[in-house]
Design a protein around this ligand. Structure first.
Ligand code: AHG
Ligand code: MN
Ligand code: MN
Ligand code: MN
Length: 333
C-alpha cells in the first residue's frame, strides 16, 4: 500500500490508476487527471516515432541549433511538436516551457489552470545509436487567476510548488514514472495493447547505493572537491555507470541505489542541466521516493528560478550517497 494506504494491484492500467488516485485530491475536478492522460498519449506517440526513427528517416540532425546552442536532432523537434500539440489540444494547460523553445509558449487558453515545463527528448546524443532516451516534465498550477500567464508569477516557480512531475524512459521497455506528491509509481507500456500498466508501485529509493554516474571525461574541469568525492567512490569500489541520458541514469539509480552528478565545469560554470525541465522534475520524484537532490548548497526544490533556461549543478540519488558527497565536498570549503 502506498502513502494513501491504498494497495494497487500490479497490472492496473494507468487510466484506472489515475482515476483511483484522483481521490487523493480534495475537490479534484479531474483536470490534472486529464492532463496526465494527455501526457501519456504524447508519450505513446513519441514512443512510436522513437522506435522507427532509423526507418522513417527521422534520425540525425534537424539542421538548426536551439537556444541552448545545441544542434537539434530531428527527434528533438518531433517530440517537442507532439507534446506541445497534445498539451494544447488537451485544454488543461495555459503555458509551456520547453528546452526546444526559446521563449514561453502561451497557448492562448485562459481556462487552462496548469503550466508545464518539459524536456521533450532527453539524451539526444543517444538517438542515432539506439541507446535509451527520455522525456522529462514538471506540472505547476498557474498562480495568477486568469488571463495571459505572467512569466514571473506563473512560469518561474520554484520546484517545491510542483503539483506533479514525471519522466518517460524509451528503453528496452518504455516506462512512464510520475508523482503527484503521494509517492512515485512506474508504468510499463504494452505496445500490442497501447496501454501503460502499473509495474512499479510506490517506488522507494534504496538509502545506500554502489553506483556513481558522472562524465569523467570532464574531470579536468571539476573543482578539487568533486575529484575528492569521485576518488571516494573508487575507494568504495562503486560501479561507474554513465549513459549520457539523464533519465536512464536517474531511473537505474532510483531503483538500484546510486548517485548522479553533473557538477559545475569550466565550460558550464552553473552546471549543464536545466532547472525548469530537468532538475526540478527529477528532484520532486527523488524526494517522493526517499532520495535527495541538491545543487551542492541547497535542495533543488528550494531554488527560485530567475532565467527561463537556467542551468544548475545537479547531485541526485540515494540519501546516504548525497550526504557523503556533501560531507566530502564541504570539507573543501
Ligand atoms: P538533452 O539531450 O535533453 O540536451 O540532455 C542531455 C543531458 C543529459 O541527458 C545527460 O546526462 C547529459 O546531458 C550528458 O551531458 P555530457 O555529454 O556533457 O556528459
Ligand atoms: Mn538538448
Ligand atoms: Mn535533457
Ligand atoms: Mn532534451
Amino acid at each position: 500500500p502506498d502513502q494513501s494506504g491504498m494497495a494497487y494491484s500490479v497490472g492496473t492500467t494507468l487510466d484506472r490508476f489515475i482515476n483511483l488516485k484522483q481521490n487523493d485530491f480534495p475537490f479534484a475536478s479531474g483536470e490534472l487527471s486529464q492532463l496526465l492522460r494527455d501526457i501519456a498519449l504524447a508519450a505513446k506517440i513519441v514512443n512510436r516515432e522513437t522506435n522507427r526513427a532509423g526507418l522513417a528517416n527521422i534520425g540525425g540532425a534537424f539542421g538548426q541549433t536551439n537556444v541552448q546552442g545545441e544542434e537539434q536532432q530531428k527527434l528533438d523537434v518531433i517530440a517537442n511538436i507532439r507534446f506541445m500539440r497534445a498539451l494544447s489540444k488537451g485544454g488543461e494547460v495555459c503555458a509551456i516551457v520547453s528546452e526546444e523553445e526559446d521563449a514561453v509558449i502561451d497557448l492562448q487558453n485562459n481556462s487552462g489552470k496548469y503550466v508545464v515545463a518539459i524536456d521533450p527528448l532527453d539524451g539526444s546524443s543517444n538517438i542515432d545509436v539506439n541507446i535509451s532516451i527520455g522525456t522529462i516534465f514538471s506540472i505547476y498550477r498557474r498562480k495568477t487567476p486568469l488571463g495571459q500567464p505572467i512569466q514571473s508569477e506563473d512560469i518561474m516557480q520554484p520546484g517545491k510548488d510542483q503539483v506533479a512531475a514525471g519522466y518517460v524512459l524509451y528503453g528496452s521497455s518504455t516506462m512512464l514514472v510520475y508523482t503527484t506528491g503521494f509517492g512515485v509509481n512506474g508504468f510499463t507500456y504494452e505496445n500490442s495493447l497501447g496501454e501503460f500498466f502499473l509495474s512499479h508501485p510506490n517506488i522507494q529509493a534504496p538509502k545506500k547505493g554502489g553506483i556513481y554516474s558522472i562524465n569523467e571525461g570532464l574531470q579536468n574541469e571539476w573543482e578539487q572537491s568533486v575529484k575528492n568525492y569521485v576518488d571516494h567512490c573508487k575507494d568504495q569500489r562503486y560501479a561507474a555507470r554513465y549513459i549520457g541520458s539523464l533519465v536512464a541514469d536517474f531511473h537505474r539509480n532510483l531503483l538500484k541505489g546510486g548517485i548522479y552528478i553533473y557538477p559545475a565545469t569550466t565550460k558550464n560554470p552553473s552546471g549543464k542541466l536545466r532547472l525548469l525541465y530537468e532538475a526540478n522534475a527529477l528532484a520532486f520524484i527523488a524526494e517522493q521516493a526517499g532520495a535527495v537532490a541538491t545543487n551542492g548548497q541547497k535542495s533543488i526544490l528550494d531554488l527560485s528560478p530567475n532565467i527561463l533556461h537556467q542551468r544548475t549543478p545537479l547531485i541526485i540519488g540515494s540519501e546516504r550517497m548525497v550526504e557523503d558527497y556533501l560531507k566530502i565536498t564541504k570539507q573543501e570549503e
